[in-house]
Design a protein around this ligand. Structure first.
Ligand code: SAH
Length: 216
């Protein structure tokens, strides 16, 4: 994607994300590389490189790039991890994760969004992602265990299947709270199964639906 007409806008976006305190170079490189305009509706492509959230259809939103960047930074990825994402949405966060980890498995309940994300990821040349249409609160057992799990929707609690599908020493990042407001929380699970919770920031995500989410 180097040399495309949006590269200058992306460089400005990197500076905006850095100004918000993100330092992880792999994350900043991912922001510099991933063509966010491919992941937003065509009519909004002109705003794709502003640090703002945007509507992506089906009543869902793509988060602010700096929010994604902070979240991924908190996972301390080295590039060797297998990551599960719950709530593919536009696929933009999926693409950033794919740049920072080895393999990304992502689950989206809305088939139309999963299809759009699949097309955008292909257009962006990202190949280390597998997409499943279904209830992500159940995880993706066939590919477990995961080194890190990211939930991109507001969760009332940590879904038990996700805890069960985490590798020893793994971490789960999710917005914990009610529909009105959440805290973006990093849950670290030690080898003996005990969990440590660290709240990173206030957050406002769309609700997680499904078996271990809010009622449909
Ligand atoms: N990070 C995304 C935005 C995600 S919005 C981006 O970069 O675009 C949250 C997404 O979670 C929505 O697409 C919603 O449909 C999805 N979602 C909600 N509950 C879900 C569930 N149980 N399983 C899978 N996806 C779910």
């Amino acid at each position: 994607m180097l040399g495309d007409s949006y590269a200058g806008y992306r460089a400005k976006l990197v500076e905006a994300v850095r100004a918000r305190g993100v330092q992880d170079l792999a994350v900043l490189h991912a922001i510099a590389d991933v063509p966010r305009h491919l992941f937003v509706p065509r009519a909004l492509a002109g705003q794709a490189y502003e640090d703002t959230s945007l509507p992506i259809g089906s009543g869902q939103t793509i988060s602010q790039p700096s929010t994604h960047a902070r979240a991924i930074e908190a996972l301390h990825l080295t590039g060797r991890e297998k990551v599960l994402e719950v709530g593919t949405g536009s696929g933009y966060q999926t693409a950033l994760l794919a740049r920072c980890a080895e393999q990304v498995f992502t689950v989206e309940r809305v088939a139309a969004l999963a299809e759009q994300a699949r097309a955008a990821l292909a257009a962006a040349g990202i190949t280390n992602v597998s997409i499943l249409v279904g209830d992500g609160t159940l995880g993706w057992r066939a590919y477990a265990p995961f080194d890190a799990i990211v939930v991109a929707a507001a969760s009332p609690a940590v879904p038990r299947p996700l805890l069960e599908q985490l590798a020893p020493g793994g971490r789960i990042l999710l917005p914990l709270g009610d529909r009105a407001g959440q805290r973006l929380t990093l849950v670290t699970v030690s080898a003996d199964g005990s969990c440590a919770y660290a709240a990173l920031a206030d957050a406002s995500f769309v609700p997680l639906r499904g078996t271990h989410g809010f009622d449909d």
